[in-house]
Design a protein around this ligand. Structure first.
Ligand SMILES: Nc1nc2c(c(=O)[nH]1)N[C@H]1C(S)=C(S)[C@@H](COP(=O)(O)OP(=O)(O)OC[C@H]3O[C@@H](n4cnc5c(N)ncnc54)[C@H](O)[C@@H]3O)O[C@H]1N2
Ligand code: MOO
Length: 413
């Protein structure tokens, strides 16, 4: 591990340094399907055909020649039916129409659709050989033109964009059957700490429930990485060293919490001292000051996050999430920053960036209030449970006053 720098570095410096170590994951071409949800496109994708593919009906009704409805009421002969999925293209003579259903191809001879509500079939039902049209329809009425949504060859999605439900369905609708993507990185979560007990176990004095593995694996899941390996390891130098050696070749990143402080039992820092690609630093942020990160000789990137739960979560948001997104080729690495009004005042972190868990209040304007005591952020796992985001108060500000405008990130609904 490289020497700890004399001076603490900023959040931006630490993040940029870690982003500089990222190796993008290999792109793979995979068939489209639910498993691609959340993957990131590794190339731009263009429409293979127009959307809609062919002219079709926007309504259930009758496909007509619009000229036949110029004077209403108009009696039209119903010569058949074009349901969705039908390839029938009936010729229509003057005075003839066909029943047509939403999404079905408009007969070439028709140029408009009359909704059933505007015909005698609204009261008689569909089973008719003639129909009375009650309102004139202009050409194009309730017709979806081929290519009016996207034309063939038009860009549908760009490299670096995430396959959301909407984007994936747009690509398939436009003809994609397989896509070049980067899927989620393989991540392991490593937890150490002699005081930590499994959930629900009886606790002796000095023991607490282990929560960081759930916290970090949950934050990963909320970032689209659902299959993290969770590993519990005893607080022992050799055991941790061996565990890291085992995990490093099979994972793209290893996230640990705890053991990075100067304490006598802080094993992560002691184990990582030997790693030339790893550095320890203090970052000008509260919480999340002690950070230890880099690349292990075995391959994976390592993030040894502080053990305090809120410090770990803040570190994840500021450093881990952007790096994992960069590995996957995301173009947008960080969440968008929003503006909110402070509903109450709080003490800021002075010479460091403060990342304060907040809850939102909705009204005319987006307002926010601390979810935890601003002077006691790092351990306050209880208050953090209701947090919906973070206020980012820059270094140099001592106090936030009620009504001040603050920058916020939204992390939860
Ligand atoms: N003398 C100093 N002491 C500390 C300093 C310092 O600069 N000098 N920095 C403080 C700050 S800031 C932080 S943050 C912590 C970082 O400590 P560690 O990363 O070594 O974390 P631990 O000591 O192992 O644990 C801290 C805290 O978090 C709880 N914890 C840890 N893991 C879990 C888990 N998996 N689930 C639930 N809770 C966990 C642990 O019980 C401790 O309460 O150091 C300060 N000290
Ligand atoms: O850096 Mo520690 O996370 O401030 O409590």
């Amino acid at each position: 591990m490289k020497q700890q720098p004399q001076d603490a570095i900023t959040v931006e410096e630490h993040r940029a340094r870690l982003l500089g170590l990222v190796k993008p994951l290999p792109a793979r071409t995979l068939p489209v399907g639910p498993a691609l949800h959340g993957a990131v496109l590794a190339s731009d994708v263009y429409a293979g055909h127009p959307l809609p593919l062919w002219e079709n009906s926007a309504m259930d009704g009758f496909a007509v020649r619009s000229a036949d409805t110029a004077s209403t009421p108009a009696q039209l002969e119903v010569i058949g039916e074009v349901p969705a999925g039908s390839s029938w293209d009936p010729a229509l003579l003057p005075g003839q129409c066909v029943k047509i259903m939403t999404g079905a191809p408009l007969p070439t001879a028709a140029d408009a659709v009359v909704r059933i509500e505007d015909t005698s079939a609204a009261s008689t039902g569909w089973d008719v050989s003639t129909v009375q049209v009650n309102v004139p329809v202009p050409a194009g009425k309730d017709v979806r033109a081929s290519g009016e949504d996207r034309s063939a060859g038009e860009l549908i999605a760009r490299e670096g964009e995430e396959l959301t439900a909407a984007r994936l369905s747009a690509l398939v609708a436009a003809g994609s059957a397989e896509l070049a993507v980067r899927t989620a990185p393989r991540v392991a979560v490593l937890v150490t700490g002699a005081e930590l007990r499994p959930p629900g176990e009886e606790l002796a004095r000095g023991q607490i429930p282990e929560t960081n593995s759930l916290l970090i694996s949950g934050l990963l899941a909320e970032s689209g990485i659902t299959a993290a390996t969770i590993v519990h390891c005893v607080d022992d130098l050799q055991a941790v060293r061996e565990k890291l050696e085992e995990l490093a070749p099979a994972h793209d990143a290893i996230l640990s919490t705890g053991g990075v402080g100067p304490g006598d039992y802080d094993v992560m820092r002691k184990v990582l001292v030997d790693q030339p690609g790893v550095y320890a630093t203090r970052v000008l942020v509260r919480p999340g000051q002690p950070q230890c990160a880099g690349r292990l000789a075995g391959g994976a990137m390592i993030f040894a996050l502080p053990g305090n739960p809120v410090s770990a979560a803040v570190s994840f948001e500021l450093f881990v999430r952007p790096v994992l997104r960069a590995m996957q080729g995301h173009t947008q690495l960080q969440r968008p920053r929003l503006q909110a009004i402070a509903a109450v005042g709080w003490k800021a972190a002075g010479n460091r960036l403060q990342v304060l868990p907040i809850v939102f209040e909705h009204g005319d304007q987006l307002r926010c209030a601390p979810a935890v005591a601003a002077s006691r952020i790092s351990h306050s796992v209880g208050g953090f449970g209701s947090a919906q985001g973070y206020a980012l108060v820059p270094a140099g500000i001592e106090q936030i006053h009620p009504g001040d405008r603050v920058e916020v990130l939204r992390t939860a609904p």
